[in-house]
Design a protein around this ligand. Structure first.
Ligand code: CA
Length: 222
């Protein structure tokens, strides 16, 4: 059920090497060679993280990064030989999460992947109280000294929604958060997961349940 790390790299040898190392570290891996393949791929699939080369055929990595950021907060690590671009890469302008300079060792890239995933997948929730935290190692949500265990699906839904407080998530959107293979799930299934999740959140010492239902549309985290 885990989502793949997406490598976008036109140098076959490099990409193969990276893929082998990532697979050995237990990640699922997908590989694209062109910049203009990224957005179409993301329309049908979810990536856990993107390793994005700067110099790519089709669309260059900087443009791809900016375009992906328009509606996705997937972690992005840029692979670049152009040191002078680094400040721009990491700035708000492009929204990359990290970078690795070429030439790099695959081991270094793997270490960076691990670090970035750890940072982004353990999300402090932004709801009024800063006491709420998601712990992806234990698959639990905590607040005020109380911890509640979540299922993988519940955890993913809560993590996705809490990263974008106030955003309305349609059932479709939640579905793609929950499942990587885009299997067909009924809206009722989504609702029942949400119901269970809300019930669990009720066990936390919060003033109100952070998940709201928006009639006819979906759900949001407040
Ligand atoms: Ca390249």
């Amino acid at each position: 059920m885990s989502q793949p790390v997406l490598i976008v790299e036109d140098e076959v040898k490099l990409a193969n090497l990276l893929r082998d190392y990532l697979l050995a570290d237990g990640y699922e891996v997908e590989w694209l060679t062109r910049g203009d393949e990224v957005l179409p791929w993301l329309e049908k699939n979810n990536a856990r993280l993107i390793l994005l080369d700067l110099m790519l055929p089709g669309t260059d990595g900087l443009t791809v990064c900016r375009d992906v950021r328009k509606d996705s907060d997937v972690p992005i690590i840029m692979l670049t030989a152009r040191v002078e671009e680094i400040d721009r890469l990491l700035g708000l302008e492009l929204g990359a999460d990290d970078y690795v300079c070429k030439p790099y060792s695959p081991r270094e890239v793997c270490a960076r992947v691990k670090t970035v995933l750890k940072r982004v997948e353990t999300v402090p929730l932004e709801e009024g109280t800063d006491k709420i935290q998601l712990d992806d190692n234990k698959m639990e949500v905590r607040a005020g000294g109380v911890a509640v265990a979540l299922s993988a699906v519940e955890f993913r839904m809560l993590a996705a929604m809490s990263r974008r407080p106030g955003w309305v998530f349609s059932r479709d959107k939640l579905m793609s958060t929950m499942y990587t293979d885009k299997r067909i799930i009924s809206e009722r299934t989504i609702d029942s997961h949400i119901k269970k999740l809300r019930k669990k959140l009720d066990d936390l010492p919060l003033d109100e349940n952070p998940i709201r239902s928006i009639y006819g549309v979906g759900y949001k985290f407040v």
